[in-house]
Design a protein around this ligand. Structure first.
Ligand code: AMP
Length: 463
């Protein structure tokens, strides 16, 4: 019997199904099962889906099905709120497109240098993935044409609007064929009125795909601690050494508070990094790589900096400062609670914060649970919480034609590490970042610096 969640019930060619099996996609995720039959039938969709739900494949398979590989023109456009998300979407589309010959996917995101994008555009592409501002920039320069687009995807539409991209989206839309001549797929975690307006404006009789609440707030444990203002930052360290979560996102209301907290945590021997608007793009990328590679225990961020952040669900979120807006609190909290597991949100509130806490209680429809700070017992036994992994940076990336396999090969065959010692490998044009277990970091560092990657000596440093 064919299972109803089996990809083979979909009208997809055999080589695409084989590729999905190779990618380890055994069965459809709920959002895929709900949207793929409709999208592959050519319908416009409004799909309510979160990161991690498999939404990327839910729009990528239809856009690939609409594509004519023999025609070298941009036939699919995916708009994303952030560069990180655009990079992730590009990677997923490339993997899904492997079944087809030579489909070219370009990322056109703000924050990246213009010249390589212009050069790649001259060679032509089938699919463009990018942020609205940069896509518009290319349209205005004449380096990108969208007249041949037959699939338009708005990914994380709510976040794009939150970030003020509405005008850019409207300007991009003027360069596209009209709604009747294209398929428009809108994905959004939430469905506020401004997203509904977007749908009304750009879609043709869209079908709404809503799943049963996937992330109930009940699955998130909220703990409130009352702190004196001068104890706030110190208490974050106490909470970390008490709960010992692998990865924590700590929210502060200001950049200065982020800097201060990182200084306090680092002084306690914890590995914490700040993410705020003053970082250069390169620094921001490195911070995110380290956090994703689990070589940094705590990422300390402002709400603005964390917007568009595309990271897996975390063990814990700490609201170092109470947000003045209750919706922001709910959004912050939603970053925790991995699939099926309970998430932990730690809230630090001073007496002055009680008005804000009251608004949060109203928004969430339940009372806060308070715990005494004295309950936060240091369980570190002199060993402050340490990340399990260390990130190594190899100076050399895609430009040197380094691939993940080259790094894996050097670490396992030449240096003798086990597969389990090696974590994520992230590549960009000029650098390769590899996570290795802390216990073998020295061995890996020395081995890589003494040996070769892809037949060449490389410089490697510990981040
Ligand atoms: P997304 O929500 O698109 O960011 O996807 C989350 C993760 O799930 C990605 O790493 C995908 O590669 C993976 N994924 C998507 N669909 C499936 C599937 N049907 N089976 C297994 N993994 C999947």
């Amino acid at each position: 019997m064919v299972h109803p969640l089996d990809f083979s019930i979909l009208p997809l060619p055999a080589h695409v199904l084989a590729n999905l099996r190779q990618m380890g996609y055994a069965s459809m995720t709920p959002i895929q099962a709900a949207s793929l039959p409709l999208a592959l039938a050519g319908k416009d969709l409004i799909a309510q889906a979160q990161t991690g739900s498999g939404k990327t494949a839910a729009f990528s398979l239809p856009l690939l099905a609409n594509l004519n590989p023999r025609r070298l023109a941009v036939q699919a456009l995916v708009l994303c709120p952030s560069r990180e998300l655009a990079d992730q979407v590009t990677q997923e589309v490339r993997r899904l497109a492997r079944a087809e010959d030579n489909i070219k996917v370009l990322t056109l995101s703000g924050g990246a240098t213009m010249r390589p994008q212009l050069a790649s555009l001259e060679h032509g592409a089938h699919i463009a993935v990018g942020t609205p501002g940069r896509i518009l920039d290319h349209l205005e320069r004449g380096s990108l044409a969208l007249g041949a687009v037959n699939t338009w995807v708005l990914d994380e539409a709510d976040r794009m609007l939150d970030m003020g991209f509405a005008d850019d989206i409207a300007a991009v839309a003027r360069h596209l064929p009209p709604p009747a001549k294209r398929q428009t797929l809108l994905f959004s975690a939430t469905y506020p009125p401004n997203v509904a307006q977007l749908a009304a404006r750009y879609q043709r009789e869209p079908v709404m795909v809503v799943l049963a609440e996937q992330h109930s707030q009940q699955q998130i444990e909220q703990r409130f601690y009352e702190v004196a203002e001068d104890q706030r930052l110190h208490t974050v360290g106490l909470a970390l050494n008490h709960f010992r979560p692998d990865s924590t996102l700590a929210f502060c209301n200001t950049k200065q508070q982020c800097r201060d907290l990182v200084a306090v945590l680092q002084a306690q021997g914890l590995v914490a990094l700040a993410l705020h608007g003053d970082l250069e793009q390169r620094e921001r990328d490195q911070v995110l790589v380290r956090f994703a590679q689990r070589s940094c225990s705590v990422l300390v961020a402002t709400d603005v900096a964390a917007r568009g952040l595309d990271i897996a669900k975390l063990e814990a979120v700490i609201n170092v400062d109470v947000s003045p807006e209750a919706e922001v609190h709910v959004h912050r909290s939603g970053r925790t609670g991995r699939a099926g597991e309970q998430g932990l949100v730690i809230n630090l509130a001073s007496l002055d914060d009680m008005g804000r806490v009251g608004r949060i209680e109203q928004q969430m429809g339940r009372e806060s649970r308070w715990y005494p700070v004295a309950d936060l017992i240091d369980r570190s036994h002199g060993q402050p919480l340490q990340p399990t992994m260390v990130s190594l940076q190899i100076l050399g990336g895609r430009k040197e034609k380094i691939r993940r396999g080259d790094v894996l090969g050097a670490l396992t065959k030449d240096i003798g590490l086990q597969g389990g010692d090696i974590g994520r490998i992230d590549l960009n044009d000029f650098s390769t970042y590899v996570a290795v277990r802390a216990e073998v970091a020295e061995q890996a560092l020395r081995g890589l610096n003494a040996g070769k990657v892809k037949g060449r000596s490389v410089k490697v440093r510990r981040l």
